[in-house]
Design a protein around this ligand. Structure first.
Ligand code: C2E
Ligand code: CA
Ligand code: CA
Ligand code: CA
Length: 277
């Protein structure tokens, strides 16, 4: 109205409004998803130099009632912003640890490592270590078979504090992996200071390394550096035999990617792991 226009500045941008509505709707739907059991973990194999399955990464999926299977790239960034990642992340930890607890009853599955993604915001919670201690007890999971995948975004906060939390997690027996290495905020100095077990070479470098000398140099250097520092190194996004051969030649011994298997529902993964054991 004209009277209003004088003192108040009003924006109405239908495109922006639609985007806001969409986010609000997604947020509400995600809340419902947790309560109504629409979330699931898929499992993607990790293999050794002989191609044997040595573990899996647990990856979140949402069985949306209308949209079908939704990949985490479409809802995790929003959940990070809204704080819903805390509830999601707890559900992931609980579900994955319970799963490993069950795998312990099986001679083949008991030997598998399970990698679980942890967001920086989740890691930063005051109760994170205590929560993990409880979940480990309740699930009967073997902490030596669990790896928490952390990202370099952790390093935006006080590094001393991050190191203290990492040490507390390690004293629970858990393994720690630095995900998407080389894409974030870490300097090489952190690799020396952080109590890590493993780094994961980001799939961007793997994708580029056969055409781009710089990607190849980075992939090579990450592998060499990890070895020199006594860290394990997993290459992600290994899609072709050519990727695999190149990485083997650089000394990489652990792999994850579509060449060896896509993320798949639990039963399919378990069957695959048993069949190839
Ligand atoms: P990420 O942790 O880097 O996970 C690897 C992603 O690469 C997965 O995508 C996986 O499906 C995909 N991938 C694996 N092999 C290949 C390959 O050979 N080629 C290609 N093109 N892609 C491959 P996804 O499942 O869509 O997950 C995307 C991201 O969402 C993850 O990246 C992670 O950052 C996040 N995410 C997934 N699950 C969780 C979770 O439970 N908690 C948290 N905080 N983040 C999660
Ligand atoms: Ca990961
Ligand atoms: Ca990654
Ligand atoms: Ca990633």
């Amino acid at each position: 109205a004209k009277e209003e226009g004088r003192n108040t500045l009003r924006f109405f941008d239908p495109v922006m409004q639609a985007a806001v509505n969409q986010r609000l709707q997604l947020q509400a739907e995600l809340h419902k998803a947790l309560r109504q059991g629409e979330l699931a973990l898929f499992y993607q194999p990790q293999v050794d130099a002989q191609g044997r399955i040595v573990g899996a990464e647990a990856l979140l999926r949402w069985h949306h009632p209308e949209k079908g299977l939704v990949a985490p790239g479409l809802f995790i960034p929003l959940a990070e912003e809204t704080g819903q990642i805390l509830a999601l992340g707890r559900w992931v930890l609980e579900t994955a640890l319970r799963q490993q607890g069950q795998w312990r009853q099986d001679p083949v599955l008991a030997a598998l490592n399970l990698s679980i993604n942890v967001s920086a915001r989740q890691f930063r919670q005051a109760e994170f270590v205590a929560e993990l201690r409880e979940l480990l007890l309740a699930s009967g999971a073997d902490p030596r078979r669990i790896k928490l995948e952390l990202t370099e975004s952790l390093l935006l906060q006080d590094v001393e504090q991050v190191i203290a939390i990492m040490q507390a997690l390690r004293s629970l027996g858990l393994g720690l992996s630095l995900d998407d290495f080389g894409t974030g905020y870490s300097s090489l100095g952190y690799l020396k200071r952080l109590p890590l077990d493993q780094v994961k070479i980001d799939q961007g470098f793997v994708r580029g390394m056969l055409q781009d000398e710089k990607d190849a140099a980075i992939a090579h250097s990450i592998i060499a550096l990890a070895h020199r520092l006594g860290l394990g190194v997993v290459a992600e996004g290994v899609e072709t035999e050519a990727h695999h051969r190149f990485l083997l030649a650089q000394g990489c011994r652990d792999f994850q990617g579509y060449l060896f298997g896509r993320p798949e529902p639990l039963a399919d993964f378990e069957q695959r792991a048993k069949a190839t054991a």
